[in-house]
Ligand binder design. Sequence first.
Ligand code: NAP
Length: 290
Amino acid sequence: MKIGFIGLGIMGSRMAANLIKAGYTVHVFNRTPEKAEVLKGDHVHIKKSPEMVAMDSDVIFTMLSTPEAVQEVALGDEGLMNGMGKGKVWIDSSTVNPSFSRQMAELAEQLGFNFLDAPVAGSMAPAEKGELVFLVGGKKTIVKYCAPLFKVMGKKFIHVGDAGQGSALKLVNNLLMGLSMYAFTEGLVLGESLGIDKALIFDMMEGSPIAAPMVSLKRQKISTGDFSAEFPLQWLQKDLQLATQTAYEQGIALPGTNIIKEIFALAKQAGLADKDFTAIYQYLSKEQSQ
Ligand SMILES: NC(=O)c1ccc[n+]([C@@H]2O[C@H](COP(=O)([O-])OP(=O)(O)OC[C@H]3O[C@@H](n4cnc5c(N)ncnc54)[C@H](OP(=O)(O)O)[C@@H]3O)[C@@H](O)[C@H]2O)c1
C-alpha cells in the first residue's frame, strides 16, 4: 500500500514520520517545501503538488489547518482530486466541521473514490509516540482497510459512524477542551489575585474531580510561561468557531461556546495566534493587570 501525506505541520510531520518508520513508502507534500525536507529517506518521496501525491498513492492523508485549506488542497489547481481514481482512499485528519466532511464524502462518491474523515484526539507528544486516537467517519469496509494505518499512528481508532461523524465527535472533544481550559484559567486568575500561589492551586486541583486531567499535562507550560505551540491557539479558536457554526446548522444554541470563542479570538488578535492555546492564561492575566 503506497501512502500519501499532505500537510506536514506540528501533527502531520510526526504522523508521517511514524508511517515511514513502520516501513511504508510515503509520498509527501507541504505548501512550505522546507518542512518536507526533514522527512527525507529511502521510503520518502517529496512531491511538487497534492495532485502528484494522489497520483502515486493508494491512500492519501490530509492534515491541514482549516476547512478552507483542505478545500484548496483538494479542489485547487493541481489539487488532490485530479490525481484520485477508483479504489483510492482520501482520509482527512484535519479538524473540520461535520457538514464540510459530508460534502467532501459526497464529492468523492460522485468521482468514484473513497473518503473517510478521521480527525485525531491527542496533541504533539501523542502524535510523535504514535498514541493518537482516530475518530473515524465513513464506510465500515474502508475503515477496516485503513485500520493498519490508524494502528501505526494511534493507540486506538473509533469508528463513530457515517461520513462526518468523526468530525462531529472531534468538535465535541475540542469544545470541552477549550471551555474547560478557559474555566481553569479563570479560576487560576481569581486565586492569584487573592494571593494564592499558582503552584498551590495546581497541587490542589490536580487529580481532584474538579479539574480536567488535561490541567496536569499543561501545568508545566502555564507555570513556566513557555507557551511554544503544541496545539496553536488559533486552531482551538477555529474549532470553537466550527462548533458554533455546526450548532447553527443543527438549530441548537451553544451560548457558552459563543462567548468563549470570542475571548480566544481576542487573544488571537492580541498576538497569541501561534502560541499554545494555554496562552489564554497569559492573555487573561495581562488583561487583568492593565
Ligand atoms: N496541534 C495539535 O495538538 C492538534 C491536535 C489535534 C488536531 N489538530 C488539528 O490538526 C490540524 C493540523 O494542526 P497542526 O497543529 O499540525 O497545525 P500546523 O502546524 O499549523 O500545520 C498546518 C498545516 O496546514 C498547511 N496549510 C495551511 N493552509 C494551507 C493551504 N491553504 N494550502 C496548503 N497547505 C496549507 C500548513 O502548511 P505550511 O507549512 O505551508 O503552513 C501545515 O502543513 C488542524 O486542523 C488542527 O486543528 C491539531
